[in-house]
Design a binder for this molecule. Sequence first.
Ligand SMILES: [Zn+2]
Ligand SMILES: [Zn+2]
Length: 148
Amino acid sequence: MKGACFCGAVSYEVTGDPTLRAFCHCTLCQRLTGSPFIHTVHFPSSAFSWTHGAPHEDRLDAYAVASKPHKTRWRCKTCGACVMSANAKTGSCSVWGAHLARDDAGKIIDWDRVKPTAHMFYGTRMLDVDDSLAKWEGYENGSARLDL
Ligand SMILES: [Zn+2]
Ligand SMILES: [Zn+2]
């Protein structure tokens, strides 16, 4: 699947199936994006590659928050959109569903492959979501389930 930042200067491709796809209500995602929750999709880092012109780093800024030094977040130097984070500890990376390529109707292409299966870090939610997906305190299948 292909994705790009807000302005299009930075683009990427991910291959294969995600290892996790969920709505994340954690406080880091909230503060980073200014949104109550975001749609995150995790892949093995080996499945990810930049597709804009090389050297790829010329168009990117990298940074890490003090509480998670093993996690590098990459954002577009031009528009500031954070398009990918790579976790050196787990060997995985995350992209945001909203950046994935759309069809002419504005729908994400191959939606069924990345469609969220859960709400995670729901304990710090800013709003209740009344849908049929499971709600987890932390990671899906790795924390207490809140909707039972
Ligand atoms: Zn951009
Ligand atoms: Zn999060």
